[in-house]
Design a protein around this ligand. Structure first.
Ligand SMILES: *[C@@H]1O[C@H](CO)[C@@H](O)[C@H](O)[C@H]1NC(C)=O
Ligand SMILES: *[C@@H]1O[C@H](CO)[C@@H](O)[C@H](O)[C@H]1NC(C)=O
Length: 185
C-alpha cells in the first residue's frame, strides 16, 4: 500500500516565499516536483594534531591498537568547512559529529555528522549525513538523510575526495560536493 506523500501535501503552503540570493559556493541545479536540487562545494579540515585539534578520540577497543584498520576507534570532531582548501579560506560552516572505525578488513569509517552552516543564505541551516567513508578510496559517497531550515525535507548525497593528507600530523583536508534535494522557502 502506498502511503500519502507528505511532501506533496505540504508543498502549496511551503512554496509561498520566494528565494533570496545564494552564496558563491552553491548552485541551483533545478528541481523535481517543486523541490530544489542544490549543489554545495566546500573543504573539510580534520585537524588531529597541533595546538588546536578539532578531533578527539573518545573510545577504543582492547584490540584497536593491534588492528591494521583501528577497528573500534571512535572520535568526535568539530571541523571547519571553508570555501577553499586553505585553512585561512572563508568559513562557511562546521562539520560536527563522530566517526568510528567500523571495518575490519579495510579502512571504513561510519560517519555520523551535521553540517552546520554559518554564512549567507544557509546561515543557521543544517544537513545531516550518515554513511560509510572508505578514506583511502579516491571518491566516497555518503547519503544526506535530512536537514533543517533552508534544507527542510532534505535528501541527497555527498561526494568526498581527500585533497591532502599529512602522514606525520594525520591532518586531512577533504573536498565535499553535496547534492541536496530540499524545499527552500
Ligand atoms: C592504544 O594506544 C594509545 C596511544 O599509544 C594508548 O593511549 C592507549 O592506552 C592504547 N590502548 C590500549 C587498549 O592499549
Ligand atoms: C549568522 O546568524 C547568526 C544568528 O542569527 C548571526 O549572529 C550571525 O551574525 C550570522 N552570520 C553571518 C555571517 O551572517
Amino acid at each position: 500500500m502506498a502511503r500519502p506523500n507528505l511532501l506533496l501535501l505540504l508543498l502549496p503552503a511551503l512554496l509561498s516565499a520566494g528565494s533570496t540570493g545564494r552564496p558563491a559556493s552553491s548552485t541551483n541545479l533545478g528541481g523535481i516536483g517543486g523541490e530544489k536540487l542544490t549543489h554545495l562545494r566546500f573543504f573539510f579540515h580534520d585537524i588531529v594534531s597541533g595546538p588546536q585539534p578539532t578531533v578527539v578520540t573518545v573510545a577504543s577497543g582492547a584490540s584497536t591498537n593491534t588492528s591494521a584498520t583501528f577497528f573500534g576507534l571512535v572520535s568526535v570532531f568539530d571541523d571547519p568547512l571553508t570555501v577553499g582548501p586553505k585553512p585561512t579560506s572563508q568559513l562557511v560552516g562546521r562539520a560536527q559529529g563522530l566517526y568510528a572505525s567500523a571495518a575490519q578488513d579495510s579502512m571504513g569509517l561510519l560517519m555520523v555528522m551535521n553540517f552546520v552552516f554559518v554564512n549567507g543564505k544557509y546561515n543557521g541551516s543544517t544537513l545531516t549525513i550518515l554513511g560509510r567513508n572508505q578514506i583511502f578510496t579516491k571518491l566516497r559517497e555518503m547519503p544526506i538523510l535530512g536537514g533543517t531550515k533552508a534544507f527542510r525535507f532534505a535528501r541527497g548525497y555527498v561526494q568526498a575526495r581527500t585533497h591532502s593528507f599529512d602522514l606525520v600530523t594525520k591532518n586531512a583536508v577533504v573536498e565535499y560536493n553535496c547534492y541536496v534535494l530540499h524545499i527552500d522557502e
